[in-house]
Design a protein around this ligand. Structure first.
Ligand code: HEC
Length: 192
């Protein structure tokens, strides 16, 4: 292949991309939303994979240890990969490290009221550019629906599971959920 020729074919392409991007002001935001969704997808898939493996190896009580150890690690790994802050939060916490900030709390409350009005939890998400002094961030949240599988540790728990949770999380609030409830949300902060 002739290198001269490929240089000449690339130049108009680069220009075309530049024009296309600047012509659509919303493009950047759409990209950020898509990239956030895909980071969340990786987070959810990794967590679910490890939790299922934990269940198979050590039953629900063993899986509690997996969630406890791996959930924060996976969040840290994805944050390092993307350069964003990626995590999970909720209005009723198990791990106090996951506490929402003021902005996240308001969005979680909004998700709960939209859910109560009939929107399925799986459809709830929100993005916003938040300016605070000199700092401008793109923030994204996506609700986490409570599935049947989650009720083992977030529904009406008893027995060994209850004991393990009481020991590890003395202030646990994250029980009593029903299928379809908003359990919490994935949350992403991208500095702009
Ligand atoms: C085997 C028990 C177990 C199962 C099953 C389980 N979780 Fe959890 N969950 C935990 C533990 C333990 C934590 C605390 C993790 C930590 O310390 O960061 C947690 C934390 C969370 C959090 C973070 C917010 C908080 O309260 O700290 C969310 C959100 C969450 N779980 C959602 C789910 C969803 C959705 C499912 C079902 C797909 C699920 N969990 C299934 C044990 C479980």
């Amino acid at each position: 292949m002739n290198t001269d020729r490929s240089r000449w074919t690339l130049a108009p392409l680069t220009l075309a991309l530049f024009v296309a991007t600047s012509a659509h002001a919303g493009q950047d935001i759409d990209d950020r939303i898509q990239a956030s969704q895909s980071a969340i997808q990786s987070f959810a898939a990794a967590l679910q994979g490890e939790m299922m493996a934990g269940m198979e190896a050590g039953g629900p009580v063993g899986a509690i240890d997996v969630c406890r150890e791996r959930a924060p690690e996976i969040a840290a790994e994805i944050s390092a990969e993307t350069g964003w802050e990626v995590g999970r939060t909720s209005l009723k916490l198990r791990n106090p490290d996951n506490a929402p900030d003021e902005w996240e709390r308001a969005i979680l409350e909004d998700f709960d009221s939209r859910r109560a009005e009939g929107t399925p939890a799986a459809e709830l998400h929100h993005h916003e550019i938040v300016e605070d002094g000199d700092e401008k961030t793109f923030r994204f949240m996506r609700a986490i629906p409570t599935a049947g599988l989650c009720l083992t540790c977030h529904g009406e728990v008893g027995g060994d599971i209850q004991h393990a949770l009481e020991r590890l999380y003395p202030e646990d609030q994250a029980t009593g959920y029903s299928e379809g409830d908003v359990r919490g949300a994935f949350t992403i902060i991208q500095r702009m």
